[in-house]
Every structure is written in structure tokens, then in C-alpha cells.
Write a protein that binds this ligand. Sequence first.
Ligand SMILES: [Zn+2]
Length: 351
Amino acid sequence: MLLHDHLDGGLRPGTVIELAADTGYEGLPSTDEAALEAWFFEAADSGSLERYLETFAHTVGVMQTADALARVAAECAEDLALDGVVYAEVRYAPELHVGRDLSLPEVVEAVNAGFREGEQRAAAAGKPIRIGALLTAMRHAARSREIAELAVQYRDDGVVGFDIAGAEEGHPPTRHLDAFEYLQRENAHFTIHAGEGFGLPSIWQAIQWCGADRLGHGVRIIDDVTVEPSGEASLGRLAAYVRDTRIPLEMCPTSNVMTGAAKSIEDHPIGLLRSLSFRVTVNTDNRLMSRTSMTKEFSQLADAFGYDLSDFQWFTLNAMKSAFIPFDERLAMINDVIKPGYAALIGPVAP
Ligand SMILES: [Zn+2]
């Protein structure tokens, strides 16, 4: 289960090189696969969100044709399936892929075709996966209403929701209120990147002004939690609201450490938030830049917090409950796939 993964953050290094050659993209820092893979990780591991976002110039640069988008999407589905993921919501910003001659609907259709192809290949390999797309608008740009309309246009064709992303500081989500209000009128779902590079005001705006169903990261909600010397935790009004209303937190531990939103995996707020029963989910964010996978995220958490398979099941059920597909489909995934899968590993455990 995966709710927060960026299509342009999960390319295979070899694919970046081949697509650059195919599409005439110049300016890759290396055309050697291992060297390029290392470059992405090192450039992304600088501790600042702004620097981290720079690495995307190259991945987005090679994703400007329908064939390139479809290939990247198909490989994304295959790679996630191989990693043991059975359902993923993968996001991308259509407005970043219209640099040549693609229209916004052509971008969505190319990615959809790629996801369907990848699902078929994964199923044929005995690793079935379902992928839903989230359409992202960039928070510094002014196309959010248009992208929100695109998400609604394709809501019955592979697109399950909407998101805004990009540098938080100086770009409050309230700038995009008309997009969020439109989505609410359309009974559509959306998540907002908030509480990663910026603190509580960003989370408060995302929830109480914009009406976000989920929080992308939401790490800084910890600033509204006070741990007394006795070890008892007390929640401020915002943290209490987030927990009371079961707002899902799409946490991405490795990415959060790389952008400085958390000091280390051991210090990641996920430990405290999990023990306080927030609706915490575990995600990959950008598998290429963070050199990560769901397997790696879970195993790092196991090392840091002593989590075992029953904890992984808890995170996984949280994620499935928080997905943007219809309730009956979520329930079917929980009862037919996730619970039997974990039961086969650990025996039935009450969540
Ligand atoms: Zn993200």
C-alpha cells in the first residue's frame, strides 16, 4: 500500500538515459547508469527541499512525449508490484509535461495507458497491483483550477484525486482556494503537501481553509504535541483535530530526513504519532532520489522503532482505509488481499 509516490521521482536510472537519447534531451549530469543513480541521490541529499526539487528538472525533462510518459508509468507499476505493493496512488503534475506538443489530456491519457500496461505485465508476472493517479498542481504556479478540472474530467478513467506540491514557504495553499472549493463542490478527493518544509500554519490552512482529505507528509504536526517530563503527551487543538477526525498523514521517512523535515529515522515523529494512534501511513515519495522502496522504508522503521509485521499491517490498513477509491473497493482490498496476505505471514491479528 502506497499513497504518496511521485511518478517523476521514481524513474529507473537506465530509463532516464535511454529516454534522454530517444527524445534529444541534453544536460544529464552523466550517461553512465551507476554514476547517474549516485548523482540523483547525492544531489537530493542536501538537506533542503528547494535543492531536492532541482533533481526533477532532469526526470521531467525526459518525460515530454506520450511514449516516454507511458514507459515511465508502466515501469513504475512493475517496480512497485515487485516491491510487494498491491495498491498505489502515484502522483504527477500534468502541467510539467506539456513542454513539447502534448496537451494536458494527452499527458493524462499517456500516463493512464502506461499504468494499465504495467498492471497487465505485473499481473502476468504473478504480482497483481492496482494504480490510481493523483493529478498534482504546482503551488508556485497558477494552473491549479485547470488541473483540478482535469482530475474531475478523468475521475472515472484512472484518476482518483488531486494534490498540490512544490516549495511550501511563501506559497500557501490558500492561494489555490478556488481549485479546492471546485473539487469540494464536485465531491472529489484531494491531498495537500503540507507540514514538510513549513510548520503548523501550513497544515492548518490545508485542513481548515482548503478542506484537504489527507496531508502530504504532515510531519510538523508534531510541533503541536507536547511531551511532559512524565512521558505523557498532550495535544494542541490542531493536532487533536487531526487525530480526532482521522486525517491521514502520508509520511515518507527517508524523504523527510533528506529534506530536513526530520533529523533522522530514529528521531522521526512517526514513532510518537504511531504510539498516539494518529492515522499514520508509510510512503516512498521519490524512490530514485531517495534510493528507497516500501521494503526499505518498513525495514528502516523496524530497525529504529522495533516494529514488526503487525505494525506493518497497521500502517498498511491505515493506508488502505485512506485511499481515494470507493469504500467498497477499499474494503475488498482489505478483506481479500491485505488481511489474508499478512495472515499468511503472521497469523490473524486484530488491527
Ligand atoms: Zn511528495
